[in-house]
Design a binder for this molecule. Sequence first.
Ligand code: KIV
Length: 266
Amino acid sequence: MARRKTLRDIRALYEEEKAITMVTAYDYTFARLVEAAELDVILVGDSLGNVIQGHDTTVPVEVDDVIYHTRAVMRGCQTPHVVADLSFMSYQASDDEGMRNAGRLLKEGGAQAVKLEGGEAYAPLVRRLTEAGVPVVGHLGLTPQSVHAFGGYRVQGRDDEAAKRLLSDAFALQDAGAYMVVLEMVPAALAAEVTEKLSIPTIGIGAGAQTSGQVLVIQDLLGMNESFKPRFVKRFANLEAICVDALKTYGEEVRERTFPDEDHSY
Ligand code: KIV
């Protein structure tokens, strides 16, 4: 019988020095595809604000949105480990609120773990969550919920001071009990150093090849939006063109009344 991967399976991959494969998904259909591709981890990311809801940032996403999408993902797969994002202002205002909202992602969404953005400042919350039985994934570097504070989406940790801060934030998360850390848009050499020094896995996105694993937004890697192409995204398919072609053909056949034909009629 199919068994869902747990944080122990992720730990085993790390100890065996096997790369951890993570991708976002937000619904039943895509969760099925991720499962069929035998990837290790699904992240129900708050990037759903961009790729599902059409916002410019992840700021408007609510915990209820993440719960809704996590439930759909859980119905679509039995084996990947599933992590859900704590959305903006669902944990920043107080640790108590963070505890309650993380609990909702597990209880109502069915996620196995939560991810939150930020370092040392959130270590007390990470510790409380971990002690309460909520596995936590950290997220450092370009943390999209802080886009307005960063003044845009740009590479983080470029100078010595920022690099030192990122490393100490990573240690703070690890010491507080985080079992994995996402490193987003940081120089490859810094990501390699953090990965080398930590004793928990790192997952990179725009962080070079030396992290313990990689994550990408599923719509990006499948090439579903030709107008969005940051340097760190590799398109492994070009689904936008394939989908548009199929939809055009459907439109033509409906207009010409060649669909439905006998094979597709009762
Ligand atoms: O929300 C998200 O999809 C993420 C990944 C890009 C790491 O946080």
